[in-house]
Write a protein that binds this ligand. Structure first.
Ligand SMILES: Cc1ncc(COP(=O)(O)O)c(C=O)c1O
Length: 367
């Protein structure tokens, strides 16, 4: 058997083999990150089409070569306004943003302090930077402070955390982490991928708290309904990333359709900034129903609501039963989440109505 076949068989035996599905039929979709239901919004689609009509389907090159479009500039100014940061640099995706930011900020002589449950793109960015990586217990500021105190390294120290965690739906204690970063003279990078559009009138958790980390990273592919990523920071740091982020320099600029769609999404958000808080209210309702029914929703306080099943096989069987009832809630298993915490990951969106939420809670209870 080939090495790949052998590993696939091992994954199969452990109930961890993943497969791509094309789902036909209509589902009540509780697995999409299209939190504000903007990917099908008429104005968002219109702006994407207008951008294609004006500029074609591709940027035509790296932004440092011929691929820098006037629309990139417009989008960056609007995202800076949304996040309350001085400047923004748009990347090809959220993953590329985190990779580019961390590899530019840290090198061999530096130390990255990373929350244990940070997203894979932050984990990979930290590894690719060649810095020493120290992981602190999830959302545990005391442990982070201990690790910082015990670190004699003379290089740069960089704290990295998600704001809203993608698999638990909980929110990092960002004010405390920010204050610690200032007291210790560390750089702070906050990934707001799941918070942009939802918290802080759409500007994210940092904006809600009125704090300005060194870098906020975000994505255009979740609440904003399209594709792409960005780093919000000072104008000087932006210039530094333009020069030093390999995942910005050596790749093609974000295509016009994605830039246009993001501009459309920001236009909608600008005229209805309360979308995020309506979504959070709906999610709180959903959580309340699940907890009353005896389910464990971990520490969720956002639109991401996990329901912990334990073993991978249990999560899979719950997910299949819901699918038979026309509800899409994908099972998330190790290594994406720690062993023993396999779960269904529900994301509540503005496409959901109160009766959808009642129905899902009832179906789950009947499993
Ligand atoms: C916390 C977090 N950061 C970054 C990303 C990557 O964003 P993108 O899908 O735009 O590459 C994701 C999701 O995929 C995420 O959950």
């Amino acid at each position: 058997m080939s090495f790949a076949g052998k590993i696939l068989q091992e994954l199969e035996d452990q109930g961890l083999r993943r497969q791509l599905h094309v789902r036909s039929g209509k589902f009540l979709n509780f697995s999409t990150n299209d939190y504000l239901n903007l990917s099908s919004h008429p104005l968002v689609k219109k702006r994407a089409i207008e951008a294609v009509d004006l500029l074609g389907t591709g940027a035509g090159g790296s932004r440092l070569m011929a691929g820098n479009l006037p629309l990139h500039d417009e989008l960056e100014c609007k995202l800076a306004g949304l996040t309350g940061m001085e400047a923004v640099l748009v990347f090809g995706s959220g993953f590329l943003t985190n990779l580019g930011v961390l590899t530019a900020l840290a090198g061999r002589d530096d130390v990255i302090f990373s929350d244990r449950l940070n997203h894979a793109s932050l984990v990979d960015g930290a590894v690719a930077s060649r810095a020493e990586v120290r992981r602190y217990r999830h959302c545990n500021v005391e442990h982070l402070a201990d690790l910082l105190g015990a670190c004699g390294n003379a290089g740069r120290k960089i704290i990295v955390t998600d704001s809203v965690f993608s698999m638990d739906g909980d929110v990092a204690p960002l004010r405390d982490i920010y204050e610690l970063s200032v007291a210790e003279g560390c750089l702070l990078v906050v990934d707001e991928a799941h918070a942009i559009g939802v918290f802080g009138s759409g500007g994210g958790v940092c904006r809600e708290l009125g704090i300005h980390p060194d870098v906020i990273t975000g994505t255009l592919s979740k609440a904003l309904g399209g594709y792409g990523g960005f780093a919000a920071c000072s104008a000087e740091m932006r210039e530094y990333f333009v020069n030093r982020s390999r995942s910005f320099v050596y790749t093609t600029g974000l295509p016009p359709a994605s830039v246009g769609a993001a501009l459309g999404a920001l236009e909608v958000l600008g005229s209805t900034p309360e979308m995020g808080s309506s979504l959070l209210d709906l999610a709180a309702d959903f959580r309340k129903k699940l907890v009353e029914a005896g389910f464990n929703t971990a520490g969720s306080t956002s639109q991401i609501v996990p329901v912990i099943a334990g073993e991978g096989s249990a999560a899979l069987s719950w997910s299949r039963s819901l699918e038979e009832a026309g509800i899409l809630a994908v099972a998330v298993r190790p290594p994406t989440v720690p062993p023993g915490t396999a779960r269904l990951r529900f994301s509540v969106t503005l496409a959901h109505k109160s009766d959808n939420i009642v129905r899902v809670a009832a179906e789950l209870k009947g499993l």
